[in-house]
Design a binder for this molecule. Structure first.
Ligand code: ATP
Length: 355
């Protein structure tokens, strides 16, 4: 079995990023124990912006790790630190056995070019290059020969289902198509760590939803390690394996979507999640419990299905459900009813829910 550490691709401890006149001043005393709340207050008092405050987390191999928070909470700054577009003031970021914070010069360029992929909200395509040329561009920077990079770019175009639009310029493509090109470009170098900063925010809601489905389809094939930023809780709950919720530079809760939705750490988090219809966002496996004694007769439900799928059976009196593929689990009507009650309190019925 793989060791726990090999399942972690990026391990961050006590990261700080501060904007202002002399941020380093506050961190350069060896051996001094930082009091995060005290230091944050002092930084603010003294005209600095603590944009990332003492952030610690691990990103596991193959997971979609979503960083979520309102505007100004520090999401982009954190990801810019992870990709080393910004230098941190304090902390460690272990990636591939090295402290990313300590790498510089050509080694850093190499890591960014070969091991990291990035997609931004503003698609960032070069307007005078075709879709195919845009996708091949990072490989050109790596010195890959033309036939090889074009073959790879064609493969990536197929992957994002734009195989017939390789010759189009960005201006000839829709927003969703441009973002597909951006995604294909960032994947052309086969990165180990894939950063996406609000990649679908500029798209209208319908296209956005399609792109989310597309993204999940891609991920089920590619199994990349992904850090995905969004300010949209619904998007976070749809896509994330785990969510880090930021406020004022701090990670205030880190957990699976179900943990964040069902066990919010405080009122801020529960307000943040109030408009998510749990019957859609919570899955059968989130509420299933170990079966005690004989398994119930009755319907078998897929573990990944949203619990709304069992509502018709619940309405016709079914009280227990078996979980497909795992005979040790059952789902009880009582736990589902709790979720229904919470949705009703927030005006989110099974039909009217927005999640
Ligand atoms: N280059 C900079 N100089 C000074 N302050 C900055 C700089 N970049 C970001 N900030 C500040 O840091 C804080 C965090 O900003 P950041 O852009 O990371 O937030 P965000 O959560 O990504 O917001 P949004 O969703 O609006 O992009 C904000 O107070 C912002 O004003």
């Amino acid at each position: 079995m793989a060791s726990a550490s090999s399942q972690i691709m990026l391990s961050c401890k006590n990261l700080w990023k501060v904007f202002g006149a002399r941020p380093a001043y506050y961190f350069d005393t060896a051996g001094y124990q930082i009091d995060p709340d005290g230091l944050t207050a002092r930084l603010r008092r003294e005209g600095h912006i603590p944009a990332v405050v003492d952030a610690s987390f691990d990103v596991k191999r193959g997971e979609i790790f979503v960083i979520m928070g309102l505007s100004g909470s520090g999401k982009s700054t954190l990801v810019r630190c992870l990709s080393r577009l910004l230098d941190i003031e304090h902390g460690t970021m272990e990636f591939d056995g090295q402290d990313l914070a300590k790498i510089s010069g050509p080694d850093l360029i190499e890591i960014r070019r070969r091991k990291m992929g990035m997609v931004f909200q503003s698609f960032g395509l070069m307007p005078h290059l075709t879709a195919l040329e845009n996708i091949a561009f990072p490989l050109k920077l790596q010195g890959v020969a033309r036939p090889e990079r074009e073959a790879r770019a064609r493969e990536m175009l197929e992957l994002v289902e734009l195989g017939n639009r390789g010759d189009a310029l960005p201006s000839q493509l829709s927003g969703g198509q441009q973002q597909r090109v951006g995604i294909a470009r960032s994947l052309s170098t086969n990165p180990d760590l894939w950063f996406l900063d609000e990649p679908f925010s500029a798209l209208d809601p319908l296209i956005r939803r399609q792109m989310q489905d597309e993204f999940l389809r891609l991920q089920s094939q590619l199994k990349k390690t992904i850090v995905f930023i969004t300010h949209d809780i619904m998007e976070a709950c749809r896509l994330a394996d785990r969510i880090a919720l930021m406020r004022g530079g701090k990670i205030i809760q880190l957990g699976t979507p179900a943990e964040i939705l069902l066990q919010p750490v405080d009122d801020y988090v529960s307000d943040f999640t109030a408009e998510v219809a749990l019957t859609r966002a919570i899955r059968v496996r989130d509420l299933a419990r170990p079966a005690l004694g004989d398994l119930p007769e009755g319907p078998v439900v897929p573990p990944a299905a949203p619990i709304e799928v069992i509502l018709p059976a619940l309405a016709s009196g079914q009280r227990q459900f078996r979980v497909e593929g795992d005979d040790s689990l059952v789902l009880d009507a009582t736990s589902v009813l709790e979720v229904l009650k919470r949705d009703a309190r927030h005006g989110l019925g099974p039909e009217g829910g927005r999640g």
